[in-house]
Design a protein around this ligand. Structure first.
Ligand code: CIR
Length: 256
């Protein structure tokens, strides 16, 4: 398995942000990013490391630029105007991995952070970044490749920039969910791990082979996952959180 990552540029703090958690420190962000990369390598992934892209301060959040599946990839079309240009460079990179590379077209917008893969099924968030046209285009492509989907409208749900701000699929029919999503019909039939509201940020974790990468300093959730038998790697995400970024969005993970 390969993961594509991009180190933050020194103008990282100029990206989109709610500003709720203060100004990020670039040097600390670089260190946190490096530890994240090392964790992926420790889990057995081979990294494609892209250089900082100073034209796009949010471009370290590579997950938003594409939807990766074992059968195809789809270039997203970010909902924030400042991020639209991130696609161009990532398209070139993904052409090296995929002959089947699709594109979300205007008027569709879609951020990869709104898409949660659960095996052969995809949850497609509709948010302030991903509109219905973008969501429907993605659903059509996924259907062509034999995948199923549900739409999950998160507009108006406080604290969720993207669907994946509040959900993670851990494999084996198990979902991690924040309270705002827990009653949604799309998630019935899954075994659900409920996230304590004060630990919502940690819901955005990533299962990588035998490990789960999770934000550090969320002790209830970590303890619960350990009880369930997961091997955790805890990562300090403080500077990325200040830019409203979750743990998953720092990499695009390509199966194979
Ligand atoms: C943005 O607002 O677009 C970035 N500052 C953060 C994006 C984080 N992406 C993600 O959680 N999938």
């Amino acid at each position: 398995m390969v993961a594509i990552v991009r180190a933050p540029g020194s103008n990282f703090s100029l990206g989109e942000t709610s500003g709720l958690y203060g100004q990020p420190n670039y040097q600390i962000a670089l260190q946190q990013h490096e530890r994240y990369c090392q964790a992926l390598e420790y889990c057995g992934l081979t990294l494609t490391r892209l250089p900082p892209d100073m034209a796009h301060p949010d471009s370290t959040f590579v997950e938003d630029t594409a939807i990766i599946t074992p059968r195809c990839a789809i270039m997203s079309r970010p909902g924030a105007a400042s991020r639209l240009g991130e696609i161009e460079d990532m398209r070139k990179v993904l052409r090296g991995f995929y002959s089947q590379l699709h594109e979300i077209q205007p008027p569709g917008t879609l951020d990869g952070g709104d898409i949660c893969e659960a095996g052969e099924h995809f949850f497609i968030g509709i948010s302030d970044r991903t509109n219905q046209a973008g969501a429907q285009q993605l659903a059509n492509v996924l259907s062509d490749y034999g995948y199923t989907h549900d739409f999950v409208d998160i507009r108006g749900l406080a604290g969720l920039l993207h669907l994946k701000s509040g959900i993670a699929y851990l494999g084996e029919n198990r979902l991690m969910l924040v309270d705002a999503l827990i009653d949604h019909p799309a998630f019935q039939g899954y075994e659900v791990i409920r996230v304590d509201p004060q630990e919502n940020y940690a819901a955005n974790c990533v299962r990588v082979n035998d490990h789960v990468l999770i934000a550090s300093a969320y002790p209830h959730l970590s303890a619960r996952l350990e009880q369930l038998g997961y091997r955790l790697i805890e990562l300090d995400m403080s500077e990325f959180r200040k830019m409203d970024g979750g743990l998953s969005c720092l990499s695009l993970r390509i199966p194979g």
